[in-house]
Design a protein around this ligand. Structure first.
Ligand code: ZN
Length: 144
């Protein structure tokens, strides 16, 4: 890793440059002053997805879900736990496929929940079906 990395703010979508050594010290956004990591997944949509995908220097794990999907709702607490454990090394985010239909179509999401792990703006792994927190963490670590 280099001396400083770019982190996109989950609140205002601003790109922040953070010294790598201070990543674990609760860095705040220079623009909106809110924490860059909250222990909860970021909420993405068609407007901010590309910004988070392309400007985050850390890997990003996205849960493609929908409100009507029972397994998605079952997996939500596990994904929250995984966020608390994997941050700040990985950005966890959720994308509501019912609202963000363009992004869901771009990645050919056919079944939900689907998780995609991105690094450097590119998909490196994909998993369909609900998983528990430990399995999510293991799956991510196996691919990084
Ligand atoms: Zn911000």
């Amino acid at each position: 890793m280099s001396d400083a990395i770019h982190i996109v703010c989950p609140h205002c979508n601003a790109v922040n440059r953070i010294p790598t050594a201070r990543l674990g010290e609760g860095p705040k956004c220079g623009k909106c002053k809110k924490p860059l990591f909250t222990g909860h997944p970021a909420e993405l949509d068609d407007r901010n997805f590309q910004q988070h995908l392309n400007r985050n220097d850390i890997p990003m794990l996205v849960d493609f879900w929908a409100p009507w999907c029972g397994p998605c709702r079952m997996m939500a607490p596990a994904f929250e736990q995984a966020a608390a454990r994997l941050e700040p090394r990985v950005r966890l985010a959720k994308l509501n496929t019912e609202e963000a239909q363009a992004t869901a179509a771009q990645f050919g999401i056919r079944s939900i929940p689907t998780m995609i792990l991105f690094r450097g703006g590119r998909e490196i792994a994909r998993q369909a079906g609900a998983m528990g927190a430990e399995d999510i963490i293991r799956w991510v670590q196996a691919h990084l």
